[in-house]
Design a protein around this ligand. Sequence first.
Ligand code: GBH
Length: 461
Amino acid sequence: MPTATPTPFAPDFTWGAATSAYQIEGAPSADGKGPSIWDDFSHRPEKIAGNDTGDTACDHYHRWRDDIALMRRIGLRAYRFSIAWARVLPEGDGRVNDAGLAFYSRLVDGLLDAGIQPWVTLYHWDLPLALHRRGGWLNHESVDWFGRYAAAVARALGDRVKHWITLNEPQCSIGLGLDRGIHAPGDRLSRAGVLRAWHHQLMAHGLAVRSLREHCRGPVQVGLASTGRERIPETNTPADIEAARAAYFEVTAEKGVDSVPLALDPVYRGRYPEAAHAVFGRDMPGIRPGDMELISEKLDFIGYNSYSGERVRAGADGRPVLVPPPRGRARGTLSWLNREDDCLYWAARFQTERYPGLPFVITENGYCGTDWIALDGGVHDAPRIDFTKRYLRGLARAAAEGVPVAGYFHWSLLDNFEWSEGYQPRFGLIHVDFDAQTRLLKDSALWFAGIIRSNGAALFD
Ligand code: GBH
């Protein structure tokens, strides 16, 4: 039933859900796929909770038709998924594997038949292992590898896919994978090495933007999905807002590549923040002529994954002071996920203020629980509903104030392989039994269906 409650969201607002290849597909060597760094890493002992691997995950590679049927039941307007680079190019570069591309082509057709817009992410952390052996992101050639991969995908899907995301969270693939070593490939590089890999990944992004525009048919919307921890002003006073803004955009040695403007300034402004040079000094990457033009290739939207935040107030000298969360605050099943209701509001506002002129899309947001199937046969994930309602109300507030918010993708469509945490943390709108490979819509999926149907008005019922 259409509701009379007004909604601040534009009529063409994009409501979707997101996944990534390694987290759901399984079938690690089907149809000529090559190994990725995640196939390798997850099989090393003690790297993943419970020694879980993505070998089967949600078996989405074989069950994608069923999964599209479930998306229809939720009424998704869009579905964000990623392509496994090593399905397309088993060695990462060179020989194209048509059978791998054919899988994504069928998926895209299936989505379009269901009236669901495909939003394709090119890189969600699963670098082909062959490229890692050639130095991975440390190798300057990685820029061209990624550009050629983007071109191959664009030639195959670019007649039908209009929405593209180059990289998912360079902060994580570089920070967790190459700096802290807790994600694949498990390296702990020097600071200079980390920043060199970072620079290459940003250039790879820029080259992919050019490849997509060149090889897709007709106009496309291209963006990058970065992430950060939100900073929420403790009160609405100008001093607290300024303190939160300063804390959000600060560059520190401790934050390293998680420093928010380290990704955003180069991409949207064409230069590294001054503070990065001051903080990292001689560890900053060498910048050659043309690098920054490539990195700041014009985008069509700001993509952003938001989960967690901290409150900030202005100290006596005006400088930011972190306010600890209330004792006992629920954090889902992952300790980093600190719920702050206004995360999406402040992320949208701070970013569109600093990088004006582009629509803002939440490319991921969600909550992890230990959701189980209750005796009555349902999955009653009330905390996820409450969490998402709070966050979406923040996004609605931004929209009502004129911030150009254009879309929201829930993470995730399905319970899936949560990287080094394995299968315990469940982020899905859909419950997955990983042994029987059965799916069940959680209460949150049915609730989200109502949000989509009402274009967000039901947030205020
Ligand atoms: C996203 O990252 C990913 O894009 C997605 O694949 C993932 O499944 C989803 O979120 C849920 O995690 O090791 O304690 O220092 C979200 C951002 C960045 C949050 C890394 C956790 C590590 C915290 N994540 N961060 S910790």
